[in-house]
Design a protein around this ligand. Structure first.
Ligand code: NA7
Length: 576
């Protein structure tokens, strides 16, 4: 949601994507396959992929580790879990009817409502028969003899397909840090991203929360309201803006249901896939009083609009500092105890260079008598014990320990599957120096694999539902193109992939994103290569790069037909 940085109009998309496509005619028929396409995951990307693949006449089936649809919104049931994109934007745009039927109840929908929406979509479009739940794909091996993938599940199933669509989400591989003594605590421990479905009774309990990213910042006010005492262990203070969530008015619902063209435009014509509200001016073009008015106005409106007040706060340190200092002033105003406020004020990174958080009463929570902030920069954790956490200054007794410690973002969900490409290398090996992919959707050495919202695509810097729609549309058009020509293999070219990776990096250098130790860079995981993973060039430039590639017959990809005499000969026979 931070991709509107007013980057140079000409982003110098790599010209050398224009490689000759190695197209050879299909040998004959299709092989015996379980499905033409296996989709990994039934979150928003996977559901839309199933819908579009079926519409285009492909046999497709999804495997989902959860017991239901919704991906992130199936798992993240922690108290206060809420989307940081406005409901009217954070929804599908592929169906006018769906849009006209659905009424969001809140400005920023909470997890239960977003999950209901995903379930509604799955039922309305009859997608459930195409999904096997409670089944994790553990490995997938590509066979270049017949251009197929053999997939294995944790339920002992093995099946073959032609194409693999990884709809695994960018933030699904949870991360619990190896803090000394992390397995000693005898009370319940919960990661926010794997919150028990039956809920957790925190009443009367002494609760500890480690982590103050988006999840911690949403959960902390809710936990404080329920627990006897809450101790927050903060390593790095974070910028957070008031969501000012509220019920949708009946007029807003009426407009949202009818303004389908507006919904399409927000996805297609904006860089972040959300409605734009910026002044269009550089921050320093306004005198300080005018700037303060603009910031105050957006702070009062709530949501992430404040981040888009000026076009240059994402790439100019001085401009950024005007916004950062405004938010720091708000934190000092809200938090009553000056020492606690000083610990909560972020000073080590530009605002927006880590994902901006949205909260409902986060900073005011520290004015409660039952909340203690432990500043780990002053008193680092020595060990987790059977009964709590010891820092080098004190022991904190706890009944419940919550890890709001985030994810092995973007690459983790893919590399935790044992994906083996044409030469037997695993994706984890190939990406050990950092992820490389063409357009964030295909990886050299891994033919017939598509990574929805993968590293190298706008992904988490865009409205992720809309980014998934764009990727799925591109993949289905590509598969249709291959089918029409009798082709059975597509692989990203290594040179084109390198050119795209260089472009992704170059665009990031125009911004302040490289100034923070963020999960965008892999900096939250010890030993993970530091590389800015999402594409910050924005959805408009990105969509154009994808569309141009498709229109030109997929330069940068090698396309091929089934090897003559290979097993890729018999038609798809097994039912889905
Ligand atoms: P984040 O944003 O990665 O936040 C994780 C938090 O956990 C962050 O404050 C970390 O501090 C903290 N952390 C991680 N490891 C440790 C250790 N070892 N000790 C203390 N504190 C630690 O994850 P979220 O789940 O909040 O949000 C992820 C995304 O999900 C979010 O951006 C939305 O897009 C939805 P650090 O800053 O690294 O010092």
């Amino acid at each position: 949601m931070t991709a509107d940085l007013n980057l140079p109009a000409d982003l110098n998309l790599p010209a050398d994507l224009n490689l000759p496509a190695d197209v050879s005619p299909a040998a004959a028929l299709e092989p015996t396959l379980d499905h033409e396409v296996v989709v990994i995951g039934a979150g928003f990307g996977g559901l839309y992929a199933l819908h579009e693949l079926r519409e285009a006449g492909f046999s497709a089936h999804a495997f989902e580790s959860g017991g239901g649809v919704g991906g992130t919104w199936y798992w993240n049931r922690y108290p206060g879990a809420r989307c940081d994109v406005e409901s009217v934007d954070y929804c599908y745009s592929f169906s006018r009817e769906l849009n006209a039927e659905w009424a969001w109840s809140e400005r920023f929908a909470g997890q239960p409502e977003i999950l209901r929406y995903a379930e509604h979509v799955a039922e309305r479009f009859d997608l459930l028969p195409m999904i096997t739940f409670d089944t994790r794909i553990t490995s997938a091996r590509y066979d270049d003899g017949d251009h197929t993938w053999t997939v294995e599940t944790d339920q002992g199933r093995r099946l073959r397909c032609r194409f693999l669509v990884a709809a695994v989400g960018a933030l699904s591989a949870t991360q619990v840090p190896e803090i000394p003594g992390h397995d000693r605590f005898t009370g319940p421990t919960h990661h926010t991203g794997r919150w028990p479905h039956e809920g957790v009774n925190l009443a009367g309990k002494r609760v500890g929360v480690i982590g103050t990213g988006s999840s911690g910042i949403q959960a902390i006010p809710e936990i404080a309201a329920e627990a006897a005492h809450l101790t927050v262990f903060q390593r790095t203070p974070n910028y957070s803006l008031p969501a000012r969530n509220r019920p949708m008015s009946s007029r807003e619902i009426w407009v949202a249901q009818r303004d389908y063209e507006g919904l399409l435009a927000s996805g297609n014509a904006t860089n972040a896939g959300v409605y734009n509200v910026g002044t269009g001016r550089p921050a320093l073009a306004d005198p300080p009083e005018r700037r303060a008015e603009e910031y105050e106005h957006r702070w009062a409106v709530g949501g992430t609009d404040l981040m888009r007040t000026y076009g240059d706060t994402g790439r100019d340190v001085e401009a950024n500092e005007t916004l950062a200092e405004f938010v720091r002033g708000k934190i000092r105003e809200i938090v009553a105890d000056p020492a606690t406020a000083a610990s909560l004020v972020p000073t080590d990174h530009p605002i927006g260079s880590k994902r901006i958080c949205l909260d409902s009463g986060y900073f005011a929570t520290y004015n409660r008598d039952n909340v203690t902030l432990v500043d780990l920069r002053r008193e680092p954790i020595v060990t987790i014990t059977e009964t709590g956490i010891d820092t080098d200054a004190a022991s904190y007794d706890l009944d419940v320990l919550v890890f709001a410690t985030g994810y092995d973002a973007m690459t983790g969900p893919l590399t935790r599957i044992d994906l083996r490409g044409a030469d037997g290398d695993s994706l984890a090996q190939r990406w050990s120096g950092g992820p490389r992919s063409l357009l964030g959707i295909a990886v050299a050495g891994f033919p017939n694999l598509f990574t929805l919202t993968g590293p190298g695509s706008p992904s988490v810097l865009a409205n992720v539902i809309r980014a998934n729609e764009q990727h799925v549309d591109w993949v289905v058009a590509c598969l249709t193109y291959l089918r029409e020509r009798g082709l059975t293999r597509i692989e990203a070219d290594a040179q084109a992939q390198d050119a795209w990776a260089a472009h992704v990096h170059e665009v990031a250098t125009y911004t302040l994103y490289l100034h923070a130790k963020s999960w965008y860079l892999g900096a939250n995981i010890d030993g993970k290569p530091r590389q800015f993973m999402p594409y910050i060039g924005g959805m408009v430039a990105y969509r154009k790069a994808c569309d141009d590639c498709a229109a030109a017959g997929y330069p940068g990809f090698a396309l091929a037909g089934a090897p003559r005499g290979s097993a890729a000969a018999t038609p798809v026979t097994k039912p889905a």
